[in-house]
Design a protein around this ligand. Structure first.
Ligand code: ATP
Ligand code: MG
Ligand code: MG
Ligand code: MG
Length: 498
């Protein structure tokens, strides 16, 4: 089954269960001070969950473009290193706004996975919320009861608050969730060790694919829960993970979601995917990052020096550096991948095809401009780390690298990190990445001090990212208005870091 067929089957299945199929919301969130990018399928429905707007349809389903690179969900560091976290990914979802609840949601998840997609039942595990006495949260015995109708009891695992309870903020709508995990290991591996303890344990072949959230409580200020008048279902399934499981691959990148871009990259750099771990990581990072870059630009967010635009610039520069250092391509390459993606997604996200020349041009300009300083910046780091190595741990006046007893790794001075940022255009996370590859760390306090000295280029109030979102509790109406002051301060600091 191709990825396109798998996506369509999901939508068709939920259409057959009375769901209205809606388009993906843009990946870039405008007019919401708490969120820069869509990070879950539910974001576009938040007003419906909060009761601020009536739901035009009781049941909807879609595939949503998501980006998890900032705020509550930041998977950037995993990308390319692991094989199932992406910056940009599609989240397939079905929703009930005050309509069906646990019995239907669980029955349909099971039906879709085992009857439509024909996943073997003995590869599946589900988790349900075990309860949390300290937080006065009850166990989800209803979900467990529903699952018992379909799956062997020893495959129903109890999960903690972190994995199996969703809440909007400290107060407001919340509820337990139940997740479905797939064991993709070989038969021999599964026989040797059952998958139970590998669930939610970062095992690359035992992966979470689908989360079903049941919004049923309203959490009050004193921590008590009251039932919501209308209960909702909010689900999210990672499309790329589903495709990987159904296509029997070891990695999301080996599927027809990513291989077209990987093949296009191979042609451009003359290297092959699968040759060395180092080049493979570069292939994966590029295949991942170019999607994030293309879809955010196509949704109206240009790379820039602050806010959402700077997030995109950081991702793009990160990809350029992987191509430059590990695939040894010293000229712009990423823009050449744009048409491949545009063709591939023309039937599902036509916005990229419609603007392909524009997106290509923006990406070209960006990589071209960073390539002008990348080499000198890298040489600067190289010289510093070499100087450090030859000085064998002593501090010199001009190399700005110190090794103190207080730090375990050698440290790159904050002033140098700032110079790399300011003069060479190195986002601080890129400097951190390169430093860590060489066994160094960056003096972040020093870097931030330098940043503070410079005029603040970001207008913090419009650049906050609070995770899903939070509610200002003191509003008598209880409607969503923004963020708390405390959180604002924290986020301002966070954003000043980059
Ligand atoms: P994980 O524990 O693997 O990080 P999650 O619990 O953070 O996933 P949810 O917030 O529950 O993920 O999102 C719903 C689904 O979206 C997940 O079950 C997974 O299939 C998919 N998903 C989440 N994050 C990513 C990502 N970074 N890349 C690809 N798919 C993802
Ligand atoms: Mg996660
Ligand atoms: Mg999880
Ligand atoms: Mg989850």
């Amino acid at each position: 089954m191709t990825a396109a067929e798998i996506r369509q089957q999901f939508l068709d299945f939920f259409a057959s269960k009375g769901h209205h199929i809606v388009p993906s919301a843009p990946i870039v969130v405008k007019n919401d001070p708490t969120l820069l990018f869509t990070n879950a399928g539910m974001n576009q429905f938040k007003d419906l969950f909060l009761g601020n707007k009536p739901a035009p349809y009781k049941r909807v389903a879609d595939t949503q473009k998501c980006l998890r690179v900032s705020g509550k969900h930041n998977d950037l560091e995993e990308v390319g290193i692991d094989t199932y976290h992406h910056t940009m990914f599609e989240m397939l979802g079905n929703w009930s706004f005050g309509d069906y609840f646990k019995p239907e949601a669980i029955a349909w998840s099971w039906e879709l996975l085992t009857e439509v997609y024909k996943l073997p039942k003995d590869r599946l595990y589900v988790t349900v919320f075990e309860g949390d006495a300290k937080e006065k949260l009850p166990a989800d015995s209803e979900a467990a009861g529903e699952w018992k109708k379909y799956i062997a009891e020893d495959r129903i695992l109890m999960g903690n608050k972190k994995d199996n309870f969703w809440e909007m903020g400290d107060t407001g709508p919340c509820g337990p969730c139940t997740e479905i995990h797939v064991d993709c290991r070989t038969d021999a591996e599964r026989a040797a060790k059952p998958g139970h303890e590998l669930v939610n344990n970062d095992h690359p072949q035992v992966i979470e694919i689908w989360n079903n959230v049941f919004m049923q409580f309203n959490r009050l200020k004193d921590g008590t829960l009251e039932p919501l008048p209308a209960r909702h279902v909010d689900t999210g399934m990672g499309f790329e993970r589903l495709v990987r499981v159904l296509q029997g691959k070891q990695s999301n990148y080996d599927t027809d979601v990513f291989m077209p871009v990987i093949h296009a990259t191979e042609k451009l750099c003359g290297k092959k995917y699968g040759e060395t771990e180092k080049t493979d990581i570069a292939f994966r990072v590029i295949a991942d990052h170019i999607r994030a870059i293309c879809f955010t630009i196509a949704d109206g967010q240009l790379p820039a020096n602050n806010g959402a635009g700077y997030v995109i610039r950081r991702i793009l520069r990160r990809a350029v550096r992987y191509a430059f250092s590990f695939l040894e391509v010293k000229k712009p390459l990423l823009h050449e991948l744009v048409p491949t993606l545009a063709d591939q997604f023309a039937h599902v996200f036509p916005e990229l095809q419609q603007q392909v020349d524009f997106v290509k041009k923006v990406v070209f300009e960006e990589e071209n401009s960073f390539l002008r300083t990348l080499d000198s910046g890298l040489s600067r780091i190289e010289a510093l780390t070499n100087a450090k190595a030859s000085n064998a741990g002593t501090t010199t006046t001009d190399d700005k690298i110190t090794s103190s007893a207080a730090t375990t790794a050698a440290t790159i001075d904050g002033k140098i990190a700032f110079e790399l940022f300011d003069t060479y255009g190195f986002p601080i996370d890129l400097t951190n990445l390169i430093a860590s590859e060489k066994g160094y760390q960056v003096d972040m306090a020093g870097f931030e001090a330098e940043m503070k000295k410079q005029k603040d280029r970001s207008r913090a109030a419009t650049e906050l990212d609070m995770g899903d979102w939070t509610i200002l509790q003191d509003q008598p109406s209880g409607v969503f208005v923004g963020y708390t002051e405390l959180e604002t301060a924290a986020k301002v600091l966070k954003y000043r870091k980059i």
